[in-house]
Design a protein around this ligand. Sequence first.
Ligand code: NDP
Length: 435
Amino acid sequence: KERNGHEPEFLQAVEEVAETVIPYIVKHDIYYGKNILLRMVEPERLISFRVCWVDDKGEIQVNRGYRVQMNSAIGPYKGGLRFHPTVNASILKFLAFEQVFKNSLTTLPMGGGKGGSDFDPKGKSDNEIMRFCHAFMSEMFRHIGPNTDVPAGDIGVGGREIGFLFGMYKKLRNEFTGVLTGKGMSWGGSLIRPEATGYGTVYFAEKMLNNKGDDFKEKTVVVSGSGNVAQYAVEKSLQLGAKVLTMSDSSGYIFDADGIDTEKLAYIMELKNVKRARISEYVKEYPNAEFIKGKTPWTVACDIALPCATQNELNEDDAKTLLSNGCICVSEGANMPSTIHAVHIFQEARILYAPGKASNAGGVATSGLEMSQNALRLNWTRKEVDEKLKDIMSDIHDSCIEYGKEEDGYINYVKGANIAGFVKVADAMLAQGIV
Ligand code: NDP
């Protein structure tokens, strides 16, 4: 706390892990007294750099770029890039720290990292996005590589941005390698990668429900966000027979009592991915729906809540409202969307609650599969990748049960995910000595 007191999001992420991992360390001699958690909370390397680019008016803009290389004990650093005005060292350190545990849980050989910039892509032209991405990569290229650090997308970084970043990396290095994931299909991408985080979040929720003899069929679902993760969480919920009532963006949420069906979802995808417009436009196309400005969707009664927008978007009061409206399952598509108090409320009520580092691990797992396909120089079919994704989500669920079962039989998925993720990384760090 003394060293990182000015980094609230990072402290929050560490506190959430420490609550469950410290009691485990105390009980296990191989970890006790080795300051292993203290070593894990310090990034191996944090790079901060200047990004200068020229906007469409010819003015020079300056942004700050980062790459946090958190832990490489079990594989090359791996984790997304976020372009959003709120990006700072605290947010990226929290994301990189979570990523270490998440990547460990996938069972694939990936260390943890995260990066990005305080650049705001909203309202920028394609050319401005390209010039920014090229400028960003003109510094970052020297710190990454297919066996060193493999970035991917996150908020504000999708297929378009990965393309521009990859183009500049390839030019500077003069090599075609799998240095980024989330690539286009004709240049090294993997089928199912765009869908993977959202699908995985729903697969994980379905696993939790199945474990209780239940499933998604005819359930009502409330989703926040309308970006990559939210879109595919909605798609998979619909495929499993649920009714989706809401989606949102930073301006507010839409509530459609008739349900957001496949056709309406296609409209939202076009709206967000092609037109890059606001979610409020939805009610012009579907006037039976409502747009609720400046609010999150947690007051809408539902069986299942899927927070898929951003950190700390669901607080203690939201958690209480969800419970009083009958919510039985929360599966996080976003990273740390629920505050610690909200998590405690879900757990005390003994409802099914999955933290993002378990339930949204499908994205990075499929990035891991993209890396394998790049290394093998072949492409697996959609069915093959989807099957592997399902298996990985199921394995993560099993690990959570192994390490997270409480005495009364309740599965504490936070404890399960934290300890399962910790054990593998800690064992590797101990084996490699004090470095
Ligand atoms: P996108 O940029 O595609 O979408 C983000 C969505 O969240 C948008 O609807 C955006 O609204 C909304 N949002 C962003 N910031 C805020 C905010 N401060 N308040 C309210 N809404 C906000 O990002 P992704 O879908 O890729 O990422 C969403 C979450 O999932 C993030 O937490 C990310 O870290 C996590 N995640 C993503 C993975 C991936 O594979 N993409 C993998 C694992 C986790 P607006 O357009 O108005 O900004």
